[in-house]
Design a protein around this ligand. Sequence first.
Ligand code: MG
Length: 269
Amino acid sequence: MPQRLMLCPVAMFVYCTLSVLRVQEATAQEYLTGIEWERPPVVTPGEKCGDPPSDAIVLFDGKDLSRWHNAENWKVENGVLIVGKGKLVSKDKFGDCQLHLEWSAPTPPQGSGQGRGNSGLFMMDRYELQILDSYENETYYDGQAGAIYKQTPPMVNAMRKPGEWNSYDVIWTAPRFNEDGSLNSPAYITALHNGVVILNHFALLGDTPFNRPPRYAPHPEEGPISLQDHHNPVRFRNIWVRPLVPPKGKQVRSPYLRRGDQEIPLEQP
Ligand code: MG
């Protein structure tokens, strides 16, 4: 036992010394990207989840429809927007963006399948994220709430009861077209329904009509948001959008390692 007691402090010393050397080794070298990044803009978040952040473009705040075309044919009652005649089209146009929207299916529910609480959120006025009363309402899966219409169902059905408020949070990447009009990269959508992820970076196959396969046709880099009139009095509130601007930086030199005052170029692959 005495021998063991003697070894313990020695072993501890060796262990501690090795640990210090390892930390020194890890901290002595730093990787630097060679990119000069711009300072990211400061954004004040909304007070509670779903409230617009300070840099959001608020398309509907419960008061007026001045940011929309065809507003005269839709109505606002008690701070709520109700589907009217013809689609409602935003005057603002967006490319890549984050969008928040709240909607409520009519109550008591009327109709069934695609005829029950049907509307739609059209990104760039072409690509429909389905709005439908999908609470205990059977229809084809790629046409239920949260579907990219006729392309994919949502991963899950996170629908609230008719009359209750649903939220959609969308992260949208616009499609890119080459100069000759061919597709460079498809549109991508990530979407949350009531905080639940229903679409995860889904690559759209094209637009979303009822009567033919999806296809891409070249269009401008930005387009309006539109809301569908499908003859059901679906209600909306709290609609806002944030254009997405990637972080800006300039590669001012090649990436390198720094060890003290020494700069070590990275080996070229
Ligand atoms: Mg629809």
